[in-house]
Design a protein around this ligand. Structure first.
Ligand code: ATP
Ligand code: MG
Ligand code: MG
Ligand code: MG
Length: 577
């Protein structure tokens, strides 16, 4: 299929769209690859669709290579499935919900664990049926709190999601390893610079989980890496061992108590009462941490902080608002977390005052801080100091660390430094969460039912397109890696004579040799405009049929290096193909 710019459904733009901040958003819109239809909802135009399909093609090949079987499941699903797994509630406001004409509740699926689990339950029943890997490449729907950056974070987006079903843990580990290898091959072939980091498993549940982050300063995720080992983790998942208690000047040394389980005021009180500390604790002796989001005037981002509140009281919002004026402040809802992970500044988890010592519990969901000593009963004081993010005075209660650059690596080798990335892929060992919810058993060789175990694995296909552009562009436009480019060669006819005719002939010959060609055969468009468009569109090689044609000379341009080279008309096709 010859792509002729004289008829191609393509209009490029000279100006950046007003709502665009990041390069991929600007360039994909300006290059006519995508058009916004609604907030976080995009149409893919002919060249964009080609790029999207190229990415999907690489994903498909590598999924097939590990034995994945492609299916296509509906995006419109009944509430019951997600009710059974608990995600109808867990997903909160992120879930697009709708009601049919009979009043039955439906949703537009944000991811498909439930339906795949039920599908396999319906078809398979014996241990001999397993393992199996199923995948699809399909639209997903999430009412993201902050759709941003064009297709980087859409509310409708394309995902490859796959699911593995195994009889035992060893099987799951094999399926997980296969996916991890496939992802390495996929992102290598797509020419992305990425890092594999340990991750929290978020709303999916489950244990082992890694993310593939494309390194770019515009990424929403922060990860840390060791200077000396291959340790790398999303900051949300970093487990820094509890530091030793540290004396604060003028105060006695602190005691730090950790609980093994989920911290709540109740478990904290129980724990302290069982710790033989010589007194009985009540909720009033404890501090709970309440997560609050704060936004400075004019700022786009919310910052999340934890504030200490006496365990038997509610947070005093009026007081907080007064302390933080003119910033906006609101309590952080569970749904905020479901929508996006926040790095919480100064979070210490529920804590208890013990004389002038503070015992604290770190919440694994947001662990980003550790705390030591407090002056006795200065709880009100804590609230203000923490929220204001001031430097804490020696009697000002807390010393709070985030993971910081220069911290020792948890594996004991080297120190940590941080960088930003975009989550392009995610692999999870789900375990039996969904198999339990839907009671999926396979009959074992002994005739007894055995609960199966699962993994789930996602790649943001549309987000990958934007991530490639983030990493591969210059001030003139996109620089596509060949594997995903909408064409291999952009044949540009400039000049008034037979250039267009020759360009079309060359394009035909190239195509016959299997080269994918975009040809600029527009008449009445200046050479300058054509070159500007070619640079914006970003096809790897341009073949210019211009003034030199009279002498039988054409020009080849390399989009990435900018190198130019003359080539004779007769040799051009062989040279390019
Ligand atoms: P994020 O942390 O960016 O919100 P996620 O962890 O919620 O992503 P997953 O549930 O792991 O996303 O989905 C699998 C993949 O789908 C992600 O790794 C990412 O590449 C892609 N993805 C998720 N949300 C979006 C979105 N709103 N727009 C585009 N791609 C997305
Ligand atoms: Mg998300
Ligand atoms: Mg994530
Ligand atoms: Mg994820």
């Amino acid at each position: 299929m010859l792509l002729r710019m004289s008829t191609l459904f393509l209009r490029t733009l000279r100006e950046d769209p007003a709502d665009a901040e990041v390069p991929s958003h600007k360039l994909l819109v300006r290059g006519g690859y995508v058009r916004r239809a609604a907030p976080g909802v995009y149409s893919w135009l002919p060249l964009g669709k080609l790029v999207l399909e190229n990415v999907a093609g690489v994903v498909r090949e590598e999924m097939n290579r590990i034995g994945g079987q492609e299916v296509l499941l509906p995006a419109l699903l009944p509430r019951e499935y997600y009710e059974a797994s608990g995600r109808w509630t867990e997903y909160g406001d992120t879930l697009f919900r709708l009601t049919d004409r009979k009043g039955a509740d439906y949703l537009l699926a944000p991811t498909h664990e439930e339906v795949f689990t039920l599908l396999v339950k319906g078809e398979y029943s014996s241990y001999k049926d397993f393992p199996v890997i199923l995948y699809q490449i399909q639209e997903k729907f999430r009412d993201e709190a902050r759709p941003r950056a064009g297709v980087l974070r859409g509310r409708e987006f394309h995902m490859k999601d796959s699911y593995s079903f195994d009889i035992d843990d060893e099987g799951l580990e094999r399926s997980y390893a296969k996916h991890r290898d496939a992802y390495v091959r996929i992102f290598d072939r797509l020419g992305l610079r990425y890092v594999i980091v340990s991750a929290t498993s978020g709303a999916m549940g489950g244990s082992a989980s890694e993310e593939f982050l494309a390194e770019t300063p515009n990424g929403e995720d922060t990860f840390v890496r060791s200077t000396e080992s291959d340790y790398a983790a999303n900051v949300e998942a970093v487990e820094i061992p509890a530091p030793p208690a540290r004396p604060v000047e003028g105060l006695p040394e602190a005691t730090v108590h950790h609980t093994p389980d989920t911290p709540t005021i109740e478990t904290l009180v129980d724990h302290l009462n069982g710790a033989g500390l010589g007194r009985t604790f009540t909720a009033a002796d404890t501090l709970k941490n309440v997560l609050v989001k704060v936004r400075q005037p004019g700022a786009e981002e919310w910052e999340v902080i934890g504030i200490g509140v006496p365990g038997d009281r509610e947070v005093d919002m009026k007081r907080l608002e007064a302390a933080l004026e003119p910033a906006e402040v609101a309590l952080l809802e569970e749904a905020d977390f479901a929508a996006r992970p926040y790095l919480v500044k100064g979070y210490v988890g529920p804590a208890a005052l013990q004389g002038n010592k503070l015992a604290f519990y770190a919440d694994p969901r947001v662990v980003a801080g550790t705390a030591w000593v407090t002056g006795a009963d200065k709880t009100d004081h804590h609230v203000v100091d923490l929220v204001c993010g001031r430097d804490f005075t020696p009697d000002g209660v807390l010393d709070v660390a985030d993971v910081r650059d220069g911290d020792p690596s948890p594996d004991g080798r080297g120190t940590l430094y941080s960088a930003r990335g975009i989550e392009i892929g995610h692999v999870f060992q789900l375990g039996r969460k969904y198999a339990d919810a839907f009671e999926v058993d396979a009959l074992g060789p002994d005739g007894k039912p055995k609960r199966i175990t699962m993994g789930s694995y996602g790649i943001g296909v549309s987000r990958v397109v934007a991530s490639i552009v983030e990493q591969s562009h210059d001030d003139k436009g996109i620089v596509w890696p060949r594997a995903v480019a909408p064409a291999d060669v952009h044949v540009v006819a400039t000049g008034k004579g037979e250039q267009v005719e020759v360009a079309l002939r060359l394009a035909g010959e190239l195509e016959a040799k299997g080269v994918r060609v975009l040809v600029d055969d527009r008449k009445g468009v200046s050479p300058g405009v054509k070159f500007t468009d070619a640079e914006l569109l970003g096809v790897p090689t341009a073949l210019i049929v211009g003034k030199g044609l009279a002498d039988g000379v054409l020009e080849l341009r390399d989009r990435r290096t900018g190198d130019r080279e003359e080539v004779s008309l007769d040799a051009a096709v062989d040279k390019v193909a």
